[in-house]
Design a protein around this ligand. Structure first.
Ligand SMILES: [Zn+2]
Ligand SMILES: [Zn+2]
Length: 644
């Protein structure tokens, strides 16, 4: 028998006989307490089952159950257990497709008619619990691919057969199968040692999903579920999805009368209702003001352009599938804009430029149109027409780092104003296919890094994930529930200035090509407002609340007095409404609270006599009575603080 050496990184190696399992090897190397949490193991860096046998020298590292990798293995194993339960319960009526782990959980796709629905969950969960209790080991075995094909074909598992045929085409000779109980699945693994490791799980929802994401393929039922190594974490997660449901911007958008999407108009097209339009106007005003203060100038550009422009820009070649079909005008083809950039270049090329006027900073709230599949559309988050908070900066290479710094500075300031102070920052560097010289790439990557470091911003590098025309910075913000949203992006571009022959006169009197920076801070207004609605659960800070205050009278006797205050406050710039209906005060208060109105101004006989209003906050707190003018001052001050 051959001897092999086994070790834990940084520890002394031990010599053992080959054929020992990873589990046994851990016993040799670690105390019971140390290895207790091991759900699987890294063998020479590769995730492996504890039951695997070791045939060569191996460095072992624990994968604890509560680590990211451990939870991923647990969730993926839960998918197998769920598929086992489904097959046991629904037998021959069901074909299984695939079941990966995903962020926050896992899913498994099933082919069944009728489709599964949440009413089936209780039975499936009960059967899963029995499987867990039975402590069935996950057993791995290798099988020649021809044998596996025959095995799954025999079971009528046509999706597995299709997957195997692909593997065969790729030249695989054998595949690994995992079995727990009588259920056998095609899988690379690794898995939990046995089903008893699954202690806290939950089925969450179903969705339709096309096999391999292709609309020409059959529609499968996807059952989503999740699992955690700790019951407390599951509970926390379930609370979070409950909270997310309450905050769903589609639900709140309707309740707060912010926006509507109608089939008659078309999917993915937003109609802003008055309150939503006001919210948007306030955000736009703040945005324009912040840009003006930071040295930007505003542009307006059209929604369509000649198709030739999109040829020159390269959008038709590189981005054509996201663009809508041509519109013919006077026998010339035009297309809706998917981006604003070529228009800003048009403005640039309208006049001659000198290095003296650099940097040029132009911004626009530019509405663009991009094709999204119907199935991908989602409220305000994924739409077909949206407004980018776009800007383009043209500068000299030497100005790049400072400009990036300025952008980041403004970016973080804007995000902070909207209540986002927690974010993840990514730097994407040169991909395999790229345009521009290596020198330019190095210069701009260094400029992006330098600016972030100067700003004290921690970032992660995504190697090779830059756009073909230049490196970029992406900022993902975290909302109240800890969810990440990609919003801001800053991209350096060597491509468009070249394509459009942009120049400026340098200090040396010769013509040079400017560097172009594309950037958006919020990304799109639609999506950002969707995020804001969920972040604040619709209770917007005063400065962006579409309705800041609502006047409520106690009886009809105060109606005229109320109307007077209404006019006075509107004149003073307060966004005020009045509810003078002959309804009980409590009823009217409840309605105002449902609309998340920050202030209620309650007016009875005493207020009328004293010329005051009683101010009630949306959280139920009362402020001492004050004059309408004092209230207007309070609103103004609070708004100033909000956007300071
Ligand atoms: Zn698996
Ligand atoms: Zn652009």
């Amino acid at each position: 028998m051959t001897d092999i050496s086994i070790s834990i990184p940084g520890e002394e190696a031990k010599t053992v006989a080959a054929g020992i399992t990873a589990q046994e090897a851990l016993k040799e190397l670690l105390s019971k307490k140390q290895r207790k949490q091991a759900i699987a193991v890294l063998c020479n860096g590769e995730a492996t089952d504890l039951s695997a046998t070791l045939q060569a020298d191996t460095v072992l590292e624990l994968i604890p159950a509560d680590s990211d990798e451990g939870v991923h293995i647990l969730r993926h194993s839960t998918a197998h257990i769920m598929a086992q339960a489904v097959k046991e319960l629904f037998g021959q009526d069901v074909k299984v497709a695939i079941g990966p782990s995903i962020e926050d959980g896992y899913y498994y796709d099933f082919d069944r008619d009728p489709a599964f629905n949440p009413d089936d969950f209780v039975a499936i969960e009960e059967r899963m619990a029995e499987i867990v209790k039975a402590r069935l080991p996950f057993e791995r075995r290798m099988m020649p691919i021809a044998e596996a094909l025959a095995f799954f074909a025999d079971q009528g598992e046509s999706y597995k057969v299709e997957l195997l045929k692909d593997l065969e085409t790729k030249g695989e000779e054998s595949v690994s199968l995992y079995q727990q109980g009588a259920f056998i699945d095609l899988c690379r693994g690794p898995h939990i040692p046995d089903t008893s490791w699954l202690k806290s799980f939950k089925l969450l929802r179903v969705a339709g999903s096309y096999w391999r994401g292709d609309e020409r393929n059959p529609m499968l039922t996807r059952i989503y579920g999740t699992a955690f190594s700790d019951k407390k974490d599951l509970k926390k997660y379930l609370n979070r999805i409950e909270e997310a449901k309450k905050r769903d911007h589609r639900k709140l958008g309707k309740e707060l009368a912010l926006f509507t999407i109608q089939d008659e108009v078309g999917p993915g097209l937003i109609l802003w209702q008055p309150r939503g339009a006001m919210l948007r106007k306030l955000i736009e005003d703040y945005w324009k003001d912040a840009h003006y203060k930071n040295g930007y100038e505003l542009l307006y550009t059209p929604h369509i352009a000649r198709q030739d422009l999109w040829k020159t820009s390269g959008h038709l070649d590189f981005y054509g599938e996201n663009m809508y079909s041509a519109i013919e005008i006077d026998e010339v083809a035009y297309q809706l804009k998917p981006m604003n950039c070529p228009f800003h270049i048009g403005v640039y090329n309208a006049t001659k430029h000198s290095y003296r006027e650099f940097p040029v900073r132009w911004c626009e709230l530019g509405t663009v149109y991009r094709y999204e599949r119907t199935g991908a559309l989602h409220g305000l988050m994924r739409v077909r027409g949206f407004t980018q908070d776009d800007a383009h900066i043209f500068c000299r290479p030497a100005q790049l780092e400072e400009e990036i710094f300025n952008i980041i500075d403004l970016n973080l300031q804007v995000l902070k104003t909207f209540g986002f102070t927690d974010y993840d920052v990514y730097l994407s560097t040169r991909p395999e296919k790229y345009v521009g010289s290596d020198e330019h790439w190095d210069l701009s990557t260094k400029a992006l890094q330098g600016a972030m470091e100067k700003k004290g911003l921690a970032y992660e590098v995504d190697p090779g994930e830059g756009v073909f025309y230049g490196p970029k910075i992406d900022i993902k913000i975290k909302d109240q529930l800890g969810r990440s949203w990609q919003c801001s992006t800053i991209q350096v571009d060597f491509n468009l200035p070249e394509r459009f022959g942009m120049t400026y006169t340098g200090q040396d009197g010769a013509e040079h090509q400017p560097i172009m920076i594309h950037r958006a801070l919020m990304g799109s207004l639609e999506r950002f407002i969707g995020v804001l609605i969920e972040h604040y659960a619709g209770a917007f800070p005063l400065w962006m609340a579409p309705e800041q205050a609502r006047i409520l009278n106690i009886t009809d006797a105060q109606a005229d007095y109320c109307s007077g205050i209404y006019s006075e406050l509107r004149q003073a710039g307060v966004r005020v409404e009045q509810d003078l209906r002959n309804e009980k005060l409590n009823y009217k208060i409840r309605e105002a609270q449902m609309m998340k109105t920050p202030y209620m101004l309650i007016i009875g006989d005493r207020e009328m006599e004293e010329g005051t209003v009683t101010v009630r906050k949306r959280n139920g707190d009362n402020l001492p009575p004050m004059t309408p003018q004092e209230f207007a001052d309070l609103v103004r001050k609070e708004c100033e603080q909000g956007t300071a």
